[in-house]
Structure formats: structure tokens, C-alpha cells
Ligand binder design. Structure first.
Ligand code: ATP
Length: 452
């Protein structure tokens, strides 16, 4: 695990200060562990999701997209096993009225005496553990009776299995092929926390890859490596990543093998994404409950079989937190501390910022012209507020890789200063060809300057 200066508090403070992520419902005092994404947070989250889509859809031809409903038929959750088994063991403290996960008491603190674990304080009075289902229940339609109960999906995966048949019919794919989706999921977590690491409402990026049964082991190994590399390709330092195979007693009932891609968060090594070999559990379960035939039939041989499924399941917010933690850096410029996000340019919310040096002498007009040309090709920002050092610092904190400054020389010779966020180099380059130059640099391979 790399020795780092980043802490969760610094990330939370930076996200608030620069408008990436704020506590939700703040004017009402907030609502526990719920967050809203501001302008730069929206742009960055979109970039992470776009990179996922790019790797799943546009750089290969065996995966198709889906966007299924959040509320599915309630029997979905009967078939998937969520109604019966998607629960955590919960204990209540009768004294402080706090709830804890019985299996995580060693990581929790007593509300009244934080130096002790729940149950260890003299006054603690814990109940027996009981199962607490994590699905959010709601009702459909105006009448609140038994038949109206529905659930907010706790994962996006089941919507994919429900559409296996539809997809086979239109997509003209045969196993091995995958169905990918990105969307919101909801879990009534007993102990959410650590900023956006664990929230009750979150986004997932999941792909179900349907394969002939005898190819499942090979594809499982393939997706484990592929998914780990995805994070590396987007700039996460290899030392901060590891692939951890689950012990047999950790495996879910449906899985014959699972590995987690873990990241060295400031709170320790934690799961970023799980890759599971789910066998034929899901298609068989939904076929059993729905009465539909969920199989693949080879049109040539007429051979019929239930494909096995390899599932890479990632969290979008959690991935974003990992990118933020890995990019966070501090250095010194002219005796002053600088905070900088050394984000991969593809993930950075803004690619280039354009600054007039002065608010007079033709600088703003020339700067707007450059900005309007650049923004046709990149997400760009125009900033004329405050001294130039402050403006650079603001962009450094949101990870903008390039800054373009327009000054008196620009007016004379049509050149600008191009500043690099990481090396801090400042070169004089002509406006003509600037967009092509930037495009080449933004597309180039990138490795984190935090790697020695
Ligand atoms: P954990 O052990 O952290 O609860 P899990 O193994 O239950 O996670 P999965 O069901 O495999 O998680 O979900 C896939 C991914 O979705 C996780 O790797 C994580 O990135 C993300 N995820 C799951 N639960 C949450 C949550 N409550 N908040 C944010 N992201 C989540």
C-alpha cells in the first residue's frame, strides 16, 4: 500500500470546497450518509461512467447495453433470493438506541464511550442479532395493501437477467456475449459511512457475461484481469490495487468463485468491484419462478443449454472515490502549499481552462475567442476572476490538466501560454494548432506522476 498523505477528511473537504460533492439536504441539517453531486462532480462521474461504457461497448463487439427499470416485478426478488437472503445481522443497543452490524462490531465504536466497541461499555445492552433485509420497500399505486408491495432494486444485475430473452432475440448474439448497464441501486445499509464509499442510494456499473458452461473458468479469469487493468489504465497506481479471491466460506450461495478488485483507500484495503462466477443460478432461478424458458439454442446444431454467467459488478461512486484518493496530492509553489488532483485527463471534469491575464487591453476578447474555439472540442472553462495564481490553483484542485493564458504578447503575435498541471511547465504556443496540440496530449497514454 503506498504511503500517502491523503485522508478521507481532506477528500471530503476538497469535494465540498470545489463543488464536486456535498451532503444532501444540507439546508435541513442533512440526511445521514446521503450526498449530492455538484457541477464538477457530475462531470467527473459522467466521465467515469463513459470510460466504463467505452471499455464495455465501444472497444469490443460482444457486449450490448441495457437500461432496465428500478422497480421490477416483486417476484424478481423471490427468484433472485433477495427476499429471503439479502440481509445483514443487526443488533440494537437498548441503552444508546444505536444499531450495529453484528458481524462488524470490531470495527464499530460504542456511541456513549467511543474508545470501546459496542457491547464492551459498562452500560451497553445489546439485543440478540436478528436478520435485517436491506431492500427498500415501497408500494405501487394508491392502495397500500399486500399486493402493492414493491422494492427498489438492490442491484442492477437482476434487470439484466429479466431481459436475457429479449436481448437474445434482437441482438443477434450468441454466447459468449454480455449485457451491460449503469444505474441506481438502493440498499438500506445498517452502517453506511466513509463519505460516498457506502451509501444507501448509489450507482452501479454491472455487466453479465453469458458463456458456454465449459468456458466459464476461462472467462472468469479473463474478467478479473480485465477489470483490474481498467482502473490501472485510468491512472490508478498499480500498488494501490489488488485482486483478492474470496475464501470458500465467503462465497455467496450462487457463486463458485468470486474475486474483489480492492483499492487501498485511506480507510484501508476495501472492495471496489466484485467479479463473480455465478454459474447458471440466475437464469435457472428466473426460469423456475416465471415459467419461461431461459436458454440459448444454437441455430445450427439445435443444441440447447443454460449459459453460465460471469459478472463484473462495480460501484460508480466508489470508483470515483478511488480516483479522487489516488489523484490527491500536495506540493509547494513559491513557498505556498498547493493541493492538486492528478487525475487522468480522461476522468478530469474540465480538460482545459482559459484565462485572460487582465480584464482589459483586449485580453478578455481574445481569451473568449480562444475559449469558444476550444470548447467545440473539449470540456473547457473560461475564468477571469481573481489573480492568475488563484485561478490556476482553483483548476489544480479540480484536476484540470491544462491552462491557457492570454496576455499582451497574445495580442501582438497570436501565441498563448500553455500550462501543464503536473509538471507546471509553461510553454509559448501559437493559437493556430492549439486545439490539435491539446487533443494529442489529452489522448496520449498517461501515468500518474505520483509513481516515483
Ligand atoms: P460490500 O461488501 O462493500 O457491501 P457487496 O459485496 O455487497 O459490497 P456487490 O453486491 O458485489 O457489493 O456490489 C457491487 C459493487 O457495488 C461493490 O463492489 C461496490 O463498489 C458497489 N456497492 C455496493 N454497495 C454499495 C453501497 N452501499 N454504497 C456504494 N457502493 C456500493
Amino acid at each position: 500500500m503506498p504511503d500517502d498523505l491523503v485522508t478521507m477528511d481532506k477528500i471530503v473537504a476538497l469535494c465540498k470546497r470545489r463543488g464536486l460533492i456535498f451532503p444532501a439536504s444540507e439546508i435541513y441539517g442533512g440526511i445521514a450518509n446521503t450526498y449530492d453531486y455538484g457541477h464538477y462532480g457530475v462531470l467527473m462521474k459522467k466521465n467515469v461512467a463513459d470510460e466504463w461504457w467505452r471499455s464495455m461497448l465501444f472497444e469490443r463487439d460482444d457486449v450490448v447495453a441495457l437500461d432496465s427499470a428500478i422497480i421490477q416485478h416483486p417476484r424478481t426478488w423471490e427468484a433472485s433470493g433477495h427476499l429471503k437472503g439479502f440481509s445483514d445481522p443487526l443488533v440494537d443497543c437498548r441503552k444508546c438506541k444505536k444499531r450495529f452490524r453484528a458481524d462488524q462490531l470490531e470495527h464499530a465504536a460504542c456511541e456513549l464511550k467511543p474508545s470501546k466497541r459496542p457491547g464492551e461499555g459498562a452500560d451497553c445492552d445489546l439485543t440478540e442479532a436478528r436478520d435485517f433485509n436491506l431492500m427498500f420497500e415501497t408500494t405501487m399505486g394508491p392502495v397500500k395493501d399486500d399486493g402493492a408491495v414493491a422494492y427498489l432494486r438492490p442491484e442492477t444485475a437482476q434487470g439484466i437477467f429479466l431481459n436475457f430473452k429479449n436481448t437474445l432475440q434482437f441482438a443477434r448474439k450468441k454466447p459468449p456475449f454480455g449485457i451491460a448497464q449503469v444505474g441506481k441501486s438502493f440498499r438500506n445499509e445498517i452502517t453506511p459511512g466513509n463519505f460516498i464509499f457506502r451509501t444507501r442510494e448509489f450507482e452501479q456499473m454491472e455487466m453479465e457475461f453469458f458463456v458456454p458452461p465449459d468456458e466459464a473458468d476461462r472467462w472468469y479469469a479473463y474478467w478479473c484481469e480485465e477489470r483490474r487493468h481498467w482502473y490501472e489504465r485510468l491512472g490508478i497506481r498499480p500498488d494501490s490495487l489488488r485482486l483478492r479471491p474470496h475464501d470458500p466460506d465467503e462465497l455467496s450461495h450462487y457463486s463458485s468463485a468470486t474475486s474483489d478488485v480492492e483499492y487501498a483507500f485511506p480507510i484501508g484495503w476495501q472492495e471496489l468491484e466484485g467479479i463473480a462466477n455465478r454459474g447458471d443460478f440466475d437464469l435457472c432461478a428466473h426460469a423456475g419462478v416465471s415459467g419461461q424458458k431461459l436458454v440459448y439454442r444454437d441455430p445450427q446444431s439445435n443444441e440447447e443449454y443454460v449459459p453460465h454467467v460471469i459478472e463484473p459488478a462495480a460501484g460508480l461512486g466508489r470508483a470515483m472515490l478511488a480516483f479522487l484518493c489516488d489523484a490527491y496530492d500536495e506540493d509547494e509553489i513559491g513557498g505556498e502549499l498547493r493541493t492538486v488532483l492528478r487525475l487522468h485527463p480522461r476522468i478530469a471534469p474540465i480538460k482545459v481552462a482559459v484565462f485572460p491575464l487582465l480584464r482589459k487591453e483586449g485580453h478578455p476578447e481574445a481569451a473568449r475567442e480562444v475559449y469558444e474555439t476550444l470548447r467545440r472540442r473539449f470540456v473547457a472553462e473560461y475564468d477571469d476572476g481573481g489573480n492568475i495564481g488563484k485561478r490556476y490553483r482553483r483548476q489544480d484542485e479540480i484536476g484540470t490538466p491544462y491552462g491557457v493564458t492570454i496576455d499582451h504578447q497574445t495580442i501582438e503575435d497570436q501565441t498563448v501560454t500553455l500550462r501543464d498541471r503536473d509538471s507546471l511547465s509553461q510553454e509559448r504556443v501559437p493559437i493556430e494548432g492549439l486545439a490539435d496540440l491539446l487533443e494529442a496530449r489529452l489522448r496520449a497514454d498517461w501515468t500518474s506522476p505520483k509513481i516515483d
